[in-house]
Design a protein. Sequence first.
Length: 346
Amino acid sequence: PASREADAPGGTVPNKDVGQVERDLLVLAADFAQSDKLTASLRFADGQWLNFTEPNTPVGPILSFDSLPLYSLIAGLVVAMSIWSLRRLTAPYRMMETAVNRIGNDLKSPPISETGSREIRAAAKAVNAMQGRLRDYVEDREHLAAALAHDLRTPLTRMRLRLELLRKSPAREALAHDLADIESIASSVIDFAKFEVTEEKAERIDFWSLVESIADGFEEVSFDNDGNRPRGLICVARPVALKRCVTNLVQNAVIYGKKAHLSLERSEHTVTLAIRDEGPGIPQAQLDAVFGSFVRIEQSRNRQTGGLGLGLTIARNIARAAGGEISLSNNPEGGLLTQLRLPLAG
């Protein structure tokens, strides 16, 4: 019986007539799942039996030292194909993100190439069409503002000529003051409108020399690091526009802060112009609002105590067009701290 064969020590029984094949059959019958052999019996026509036993060939492990290179190659191909497929699928979104960021920094940047798959071409065409419409819209408003402000100069000139005839009139001084305000407003609007309209080429500029030449025009301006001048401060920007940007910042510090202290610092890829005045500063909640058009913290509208509210707007537009940025903060020691950061030329 199989139970006796399985229970016998050493897998043997006292019966000498039981051979090895019979013992293997008994073990196989006792627990087929635990057997490591396969036994077959063939009966011939004369009634004799042919019995033979073969060991099971063990199934190798899925991951072994020999199969590791093959699995690694397959895994690498799958990862590479997945990355390629994802990049193909996300290419229109990445292209649109890059184009929108570029348009936000420079509306007159060249259009993107309309090549690639059908989806990429459609996305590029839509972005280029949007950029064209935005550029036409902005240019129409800029030309309109510039034309209106420019046309105001003709009647203002006639009014000033006629005002000279009122030599002893008590209203002459008041009218002259009003005319000066209107002319200043017209000039500011023209400068603001012509910022994007003017086609000025970018050049390499020695930033220290530019700042120094502007500071020489103000008696209230001084340098904190005049004895230690950093060298190699070369920027790429439009010369006239950058000069206007720095002039507006220095002029604001002088008008609202009485005195301006300038310092230049160089880092690995940028140059920073810090302008610290001695004024009352700006409320924290309005540090970003002052960059808006026609925004003034001083609410009296007196032309003697401030400008039209376009100086910081023009300055920030010029800085951003050159790849830089302007930030305002209240100095802990008092006054307003204005920082102009520009990228250094390669």
